[in-house]
Design a protein around this ligand. Structure first.
Ligand SMILES: Cc1cc2nc3c(=O)[nH]c(=O)nc-3n(C[C@H](O)[C@H](O)[C@H](O)COP(=O)(O)OP(=O)(O)OC[C@H]3O[C@@H](n4cnc5c(N)ncnc54)[C@H](O)[C@@H]3O)c2cc1C
Length: 266
């Protein structure tokens, strides 16, 4: 049984965001972190492994070689194996091509009954929340998004799914894909043993050569060429002017009502 966790390295947007002249984010000038929702996905997999010690947690990321550091951290948290999907052919991928490549990499690992693929709900840079559901579609397996609680009973998962106004309880057969939200758990820290021994665990790089025989991996469905999305324009929204303060008294409210009426808002 395998728990495969998809993790993305993202720019740390909690500090100053570096922006290039064309309005796009200058990733080279920003520190990177593990995408926050993906830490919840890692914790979900490690918690299920705590109850099923024979299971293996495999963490996979598509990104440039420096993403290795992030994978080492997750090995130190307790994952058993890490896979970095990296190569020139994969560069410039939009969400369609990214999910195509990750689905190809997961097919290459092989999936069977009992296996679960975990993703974060969304990445804090691209922010589309499309990659997880697209991977499930491309692998032809069921998916449950926005997981707030997960229990595994053999080949079946019971998932509490967050909705806008409540929760839905849903059972799903494995293999399946789950997207995880912050409410699901509190991610654990790396352990001292994990930090000392992460480099004894298997770490593999899948390049185009490794994956080229996978049916999902074709040069015209991956990378820039395989990306149906084009960024037409990137810009910062105009800064809004300061609001107008009014006193919460009869005079202030009358003035506000008069002004709204003059502007035909009321
Ligand atoms: C035309 C175009 C070109 C682009 N070119 C580049 C580029 O050259 N370089 C670049 O970095 N980005 C590029 N992007 C952005 C890139 O497409 C997205 O960042 C990526 O597809 C993931 O989408 P997202 O960030 O919206 O992820 P979401 O769909 O919000 O992510 C959901 C979850 O999917 C999983 N996931 C997402 N991405 C990965 C990943 N790479 N590895 C493992 N798991 C993942 C994670 O679990 C994550 O929590 C490009 C986008 C477009 C539209």
């Amino acid at each position: 049984m395998k728990y495969i966790v998809c993790v993305k390295q993202v720019p740390d947007t909690s500090g100053k965001v570096a922006v290039k002249e064309d309005g796009t984010m200058d990733r080279s000038k920003m520190a990177t972190i593990i995408n926050p929702d993906d830490l919840n996905a890692v914790e979900a997999a490690l918690s299920l492994k705590d109850k099923n010690p024979d299971a293996k947690v495999v963490v996979v990321s598509m990104g440039p070689p420096p993403a290795a550091g992030m994978l080492h951290e997750i090995l130190a948290m307790g994952a058993d194996e890490a896979v970095l999907v990296s190569g020139r052919e994969f560069g410039g991928s939009d969400t369609f091509a990214t999910s195509q490549i990750l689905a190809g990499a997961i097919s290459h690992m092989g999936i069977e009954d009992g296996d679960v693929i975990f993703c974060g709900r969304q990445a804090i840079d691209g922010d589309t929340a499309q990659v997880g559901p697209q991977i499930a579609e491309k692998l032809g397996i069921p998916q449950v998004s926005y997981a707030a609680d997960i229990e595994q009973n053999g080949n079946i998962l019971k998932v509490k799914r967050a909705l806008e106004d409540g929760y839905m309880s849903i059972e799903v057969n494995t293999p399946c894909l789950i997207t995880c939200i912050k409410e699901l758990n509190t991610p654990r820290y790396m352990t001292v043993n994990g930090i000392l021994e992460f480099d004894k665990k298997p770490y593999t790089v899948y390049d185009f050569e490794t994956l080229k025989d996978e049916p999902l991996i074709e040069l015209d469905t991956i990378g820039l060429k395989g990306s149906p999305t084009n960024v037409y324009k990137s810009f910062s929204p105009p800064v809004k002017g300061a609001g107008k303060m009014i006193e919460a008294n009869e005079e202030g409210i009358s003035a506000m009502v008069k002004e709204l009426a003059e502007k035909h808002i009321i």
